[in-house]
Every structure is written in structure tokens, then in C-alpha cells.
Design a protein around this ligand. Sequence first.
Ligand SMILES: [Zn+2]
Length: 411
Amino acid sequence: MIDATDLVVTPGFINCHMHISYAHAVRGIYPDDIGLKYLPTVFNLQQQMTDEEEYYTTLLGITELIKYGTTCFLDPGTTKFLDVCMEAYELAGSRIVIGSNVVDRENPLNIPVSYTEDAINEIERVIQTYNNKQNGMVTAWATPFSPAYCSENLLKAAKEIADKYDTGLTLHYNNSQEFIDKTVAQYGKLPTEVLADLNILGSNTLLAHALGLRQSELGLLSDNNTKITICPTAALKSGAGISHSSLVPEMLDLGITIGLGTDAANNSNLVETMRSMYLSAVIFKDGRNDVNMVPAETALEMATIKAATALGLQDSIGSLEVGKRADIVLFDTMRPEWGSLFNPVNNLIYSADGRSVKMVFINGRLVVDDYTPLFLDSTDLIRKVQIIGENLLSRTGLHFPSKWPITKDSD
Ligand SMILES: [Zn+2]
């Protein structure tokens, strides 16, 4: 029994797209005018990580997520040492969807290229090894990186494997004009029409970012019950034009399930789901000059029940109901940003953020109490990851000088 006087109780939040691997160790290194030029260095940093380094950076990512109320998250295949990181998931008690990033085409991102057959085998190996592990807390999906860097055969096989094991498939689906033009030149069709022809769409397919879509592609997504993740925190920072050009309101009108993500600690620079929730509720109102866009209640659903549906977990999480797993967040309303309290949904979306998360339960286990993660000493961990980041930068030679002469206290 918990005395929840002055606490607002919500389902645990769900982040449908974020990367926990290398990024927390080198958070904030990229200047904000670097654009997409940071991407090739990301995969170099990731390749340079040792298993021990990845374990601790992953743990810091999970700690940030859980401390601010996210109890379930999808890492779209970034993690290199899954065996070791499984220990981090278990320690934190997190609910997580994992996979292995594979591509079989040369790409400007420096993602290691596999032979198609090896990539297919890797997808199946990861699902066989990790799906439904840790009493069902870990789910494994097919995670080929994106249609831009994967062959038709790899994409088709990935979907077949996801179907065979009754699990999911996620793709980065951030369609640049260049990719759209290339696809139209090659197939005479838009990217989503090509995915439909290849039988890649479906209720267990989750397209992340969903930028660069045309109105004519949306019917295919809703007909196939394909799921969408948007990452407004990352899209806004990269100047993607999400507020006016993304078709989120139109997709919601068609009944397409949209969950929220954040992307990584080095492009959105955060993984807190609540910030994506706030942004979802405000940016489309501004971008379309219309206050009817994405109501607060819809934004809350996109971080809870719609997100659970996007991950195929709607029967066990995403709402507070008898029979569901106890993934629960308790917010402290005796903080200034919660007063005065008349409409808890409005206060949650527009006024509060993760700082007022006082207690978190995952699967019935108390993991945050009185604002403090119970599964580790987070101060120790933050210091450790700082050293990992310094070592990683010196090993890779990456350096981005500060634009101002900022001094640091020396010890
Ligand atoms: Zn991503």
C-alpha cells in the first residue's frame, strides 16, 4: 500500500525510439550547426566502444529514462554487446525492445556493411537468443537500419523473420528528398508504395521518424495498420521542419497509431519521453496555426497506450487497468510547476516534466523512490561515464572546440 496523497499517478511512459549505446559518454559534443555531418562519426564512436564501456553508458541511458518516468523503451539495434548489456537491463529492471542494426549496402553513415545472408542470419540469431528473455521484460525485434541502406531481400527477410517469431520490425524512415527522388527514379513509386509492394508494411512494422511522407502514402499505412514513431525532440533540433511539413495530424485523423520517441542523447541530446510529449502537443498547433492539432490527451496517449500498441505490448502495458503489468509513475504535485491543480492532464503535459517524478514502479518493482534510482549509485555512474567519454574521444581523435572560451574548474 502506498499513500498517494498529493501524487498524480500515470502509466509508465514508453519511448519507441532511442539509442542507448555510445551517446551518453560523449553527450553534447556536437555543435548545433553541424547538421547531419555528425552521423558518420556516431558509428565510429560506437564501433570503438568496449563491452565494459557500453555496459556503463547503457546503464546511464536507462537511468535517465527511468528516473524521469520512462519504463519501457525501444533501442533500434544500436547495442553492440547485447550479452553484456542484458546485465544492465536486468539490474535496472527495465522493459526493453532490442535488436541488431544491420545493413547490406554501402552507406555514408559508416554503418558496417554485411553480406545480405549474414545480415539476415544476425537478425534471426538476435531474436532467437534474446526474445522474451528476463521473464518477458526483454523483447527482440528485427532492426535493419533503413530502406535507404538495405536491399529488398534483406527488408523482406527481416519482415518474414518478425512474422515467424511473432515479434516486430522497425526501420529508420526519415525520407530525405534525395532518397525520395532516387526511389521514384528507380521504381516509379514513392518509398511507402515500394514497402507495400515488398510486403514490409503491417501491424508489427514500426516506421521511425516518418518525415518526408506524402499525403498519398498515408492510406497505405492505415490500410496495413502500420505503426509510426515520431521523435520531435530530434527533428526540431535538426531543423527538419516537422511542425509544418510532417503529416502527424493527418495520420492521427486516419487512426494510424503513433508512438513517441526521442532518438539519441547526441542528436536530440536527451531521452526523456515527457519532453517529446510536450512538444507533440505544441508544435503542430504552431506549425498549422490551429489549436485543434494534437490535444494534450492525444499527446499523453502517444507516450502511453498508443506507444504500447506501437510496440505490440498493449495487452500488458500502456494504461492503468486491472490485469496489466504494474508500470506506474507517481508525480509529486507539491512542486511549484504543478500548482494550481485542476486539470491533471494539462498540468502533466504543459507544466510538468520528469523532475517531479517521485516514484517509479516497473513490473511491480519499485525502481525509483523519493526521486532516487534504487538500482545503483547514479553519482558514481555519471563519473565513470565521464571518464569513458574522455577516453573514447582521445582514442577516436574527435574534437569539437567550444565557440566561447569556457573554463572548467580544475581539480
Ligand atoms: Zn534512430
